[in-house]
Structures are given as C-alpha cells and as structure tokens.
Design a protein around this ligand. Structure first.
Ligand SMILES: Nc1nc2c(ncn2[C@@H]2O[C@H](COP(=O)(O)OP(=O)(O)OP(=O)(O)O)[C@@H](O)[C@H]2O)c(=O)[nH]1
Ligand SMILES: [Mg+2]
Ligand SMILES: [Zn+2]
Length: 388
C-alpha cells in the first residue's frame, strides 16, 4: 500500500449553540458523560455544554460551523488530528477527567486544571470520551493553575465498558488491567474476571488477576481459581492488604508499567494501592463507613505516578460491566482454551451454545474446559450483564 503523506485538510465542523439555556431533560446523558460510575451522580458532576448527537433536537441546533485545519497523522486508522500552534502548548498527561474539567500534569510535574477546547470534543469520535485519564494531551497554559486542552494524542490502548448503550472509556494508554477480586466480601465472581479479561484484550492491554483479602479465607480454597487462570496464561497474584501477603509480587508487577486497577466496589483496590505507596489509592472507606454509607468510595479514575516507575489508575468499583463493541462471534476468541476445539465443531459457524457436534461442549464434558469458564461464555453470549 502506498504510504500517504501528512495531508492537511480542511474540515467543516459543526458547533452547537453554547450560550442558550438547556433543558433539564438530558439528565441521563449528563450523568453518563460525567464519570465512571453511578457514584459520580452524587457529586453532581455537571457537563454544561457537552455536545452530543443525542442532545440535538434537530438541525436547528446546529448554529454555526468553523473551518479547522486538521492533520492526517494516523495512516492506519485515518484518524484526524487537530493542528495547533505547538509553540504555545505543552505536553501533559491527564490525571483525571470529569465532564469538562481535567487535571493535567506537564512533564515538569506541575498540575493544571484544564478545560477542553470545543473543537477537541467536536472532532472526537465520541464527545463523551473526548478526554479521559491516561490521555496524552497538548494544552495551553492560561495561568499557573489553569489551561486549555487543544489536542488529544491517539490512544494506544483503552479500557472501556458499555454503559446504557454508550461506550464509556474508563482510562487510556494502559499496558495492563489489574483485575481485582476479593476472596470474600464481596464474593468472588469468576464470570466478572472473564468479562474484564475480554475488556482488557479488546482495549489492547494485558490482564493480570489479583485476588485480595486472602486473610479472610484459607488460601487453599483459592488454589483452583488461581490454578485455572495461571494455566490459561494469565499472571495471578494473591494478596492481603491487611497482612501484606503478596504485596512484594504485586509491587514488582506494577513497576515501570502503566496499570489500571479495576473491579467491583469494596474489593480493596484503593487499600491495595495505599499499601503499595501511601496516598496512591484515591480514598478508602473504613469498615464502618463502608457499611454505613454504602459503596463506591472512589469517585473517579485517578492516575498517580509510582515512585518505583510507571503509574497506576485507581478506578471506582463498577456495578455492571457491559462489554463494549464485542460481537457474539468474537467471544470464543477471548476464551483461549476453546481455541483447539473451535475448528473441530461440525458447523463452521458453531456458537458452542446449542449446536450438535460441538467440540467445545464435548471438551466441557471431558473436563478439558472448566464449567465455570463455559458458563461465563454462555452468560456473555446470552447478553446477560454481570451485576455486583
Ligand atoms: N480483611 C481485609 N480487608 C480489606 C483488604 N483490603 C481491603 N479491605 C477492606 O475492604 C474495604 C473496601 O476497600 P476499598 O479499598 O475502599 O475498596 P475499593 O475496591 O477501592 O472500593 P471502591 O472505591 O468503592 O471501588 C475497606 O474496609 C478495606 O479496609 C484485605 O486485604 N483484607
Ligand atoms: Mg476505591
Ligand atoms: Zn461448537
């Protein structure tokens, strides 16, 4: 294929009215855009002028357009990047983002509260996810504490979930997703591990499985599950933030890498991070707070640099992990142990759910594939969401 040069092209970008009063009927969208979990609602995060297709009541809302110069930089995807005057700008990484405001840290380590240039949102594939924690951005400094994001670099990976029909990008540019589960309280859910494995793979990141609260059970009970995922080729680690068991290995696995901690609320993500480096976990609940106030202590994805190199993102627990953009016929590919059998099924388009002559099902009967994994597969295929 002939290589395309850097083509500059002009693009008409439609802007929406931004001064008019908005109706309050778009509450749901506002919530969806504002953060990662329903917990954000409580903070009242507001997205005042987030343009989104769903918000348009008709063409009449498109009131002005502007021509912007865009640079075609990504030859693979053909993604367009906005050309900005780079001399006024500096590079930074987004530490956290809620709605329109982001905290951006520059290369010197200074932090700025940044708004997002409207064109950045308008040009992004999905305005809701225009800027997320982990993004590398170009921003213009306004004063010692404030700035404006002018451009977002293409993401090399992202962890997303589907939330009420929309994609929700939780964090970008991570190498690995640390899937945190607790041995008990809340109860361990292998099917949630399997969903996270798919989300990680889909987003281009490795999956690492951390089972926490080892102090609350006999570790022998956890051997089957650790053995299963270990055999499938995933790195596993059994930890207790309480006793410190497993912490050296977890620390080692995070060093010099860009990681995100993901898992249900209450499994101990923030506590583990604080045990690794004080202040790393966003906020944790004490046991009493935890039971009194309910769940969701961490409110939004927050990125923190590790003293040992690399960085980690603590995220709020999720209530549901809807998979985003995963086609049913793709699912088998994420179950690595199915692979040797898939090609042997009688029907080439076998879904391994009800067909006769299915070698995957046969492998389950022969105990070559575990029932728990096959059940996860069936649940995902049937479109069931995983509740906490
Ligand atoms: N016994 C025991 N308790 C733990 C351990 N790790 C965390 N906890 C407790 O579990 C509760 C929840 O911990 P958090 O760190 O807030 O959980 P989280 O995963 O960050 O939760 P969200 O922020 O809501 O997503 C707290 O009461 C912790 O003290 C552990 O290894 N053993
Ligand atoms: Mg937390
Ligand atoms: Zn089959």
């Amino acid at each position: 294929m002939a290589k395309r040069g850097k083509n500059k092209l002009k693009q008409r970008v439609a802007f929406r009215k931004n001064r008019g009063k908005r109706s309050r009927t778009d509450n749901d969208l506002t919530r969806d855009a504002s953060g990662i979990s329903d917990a954000d609602d409580a903070e009242g995060a507001r997205v005042e002028d987030l343009p989104s297709a769903e918000r348009l009541s008709g063409k009449g809302d498109l009131t002005r357009s502007r021509t912007v110069i865009v640079q075609d930089t990504d030859e693979e995807s053909g993604a367009l990047t906005i050309e900005v005057n780079e001399t006024n700008c500096q590079k930074g990484r987004v530490l956290s983002a809620t709605g329109l405001n982001s905290i951006v840290q520059n290369e010197a380590g200074e932090k700025f509260e940044c708004t997002v240039r409207r064109v950045v949102r308008t040009m992004s594939r999905d305005a809701r996810n225009a800027v997320v924690a982990g993004d590398i951005v170009l921003f213009q400094k306004l004063d010692d504490q404030h700035g404006v994001i002018e451009r977002v670099d293409p993401r090399h990976s992202a962890l997303s979930r589907g939330s009420k029909r929309y994609e929700h990008v939780i964090v970008s540019n991570v190498d690995q997703v640390v899937i945190v589960m607790s041995a008990v309280d809340p109860v361990l859910k292998p099917s949630l591990i399997d969903r996270f494995i798919i989300s990680a793979a889909k987003g281009g990141a490795d999956a690492l499985i951390c089972i926490n609260k080892a102090d609350l059970v006999d570790p022998v009970e956890l051997q089957p599950i650790l053995g299963l995922y270990g055999q499938l080729g995933y790195q596993t680690v059994l930890t207790s933030a309480e006793t410190g068991a497993g912490m050296p290995l977890l620390r080692y696995l995070l060093k010099d890498r860009q990681s995100v901690f993901a898992g249900q609320s209450g499994v101990g993500k923030s506590t583990l991070l604080n045990a690794i480096q004080p202040g790393l976990g966003h906020r944790t609940a004490t046991v009493s707070e935890f039971t009194q106030k309910g769940r969701h202590t961490t409110r939004r994805a927050i990125l923190v640099a590790l003293e040992s190199g690399g960085w980690v993102v603590d995220t709020p627990g999720i209530r549901q992990l809807g998979l985003w953009d995963v086609m049913p016929e793709e699912v088998e590919g994420f179950f690595v142990e199915f692979r040797p059998f898939v090609a042997l099924c009688r029907f080439p388009d076998c879904s391994h759910t009800h067909e006769s002559g299915c070698r995957v099902k046969q492998a389950v009967s022969d105990a070559l594939i575990t029932r728990t994994r096959y059940h996860s597969y069936l649940r995902i295929m049937s479109g069931q969401e995983e509740d906490e």
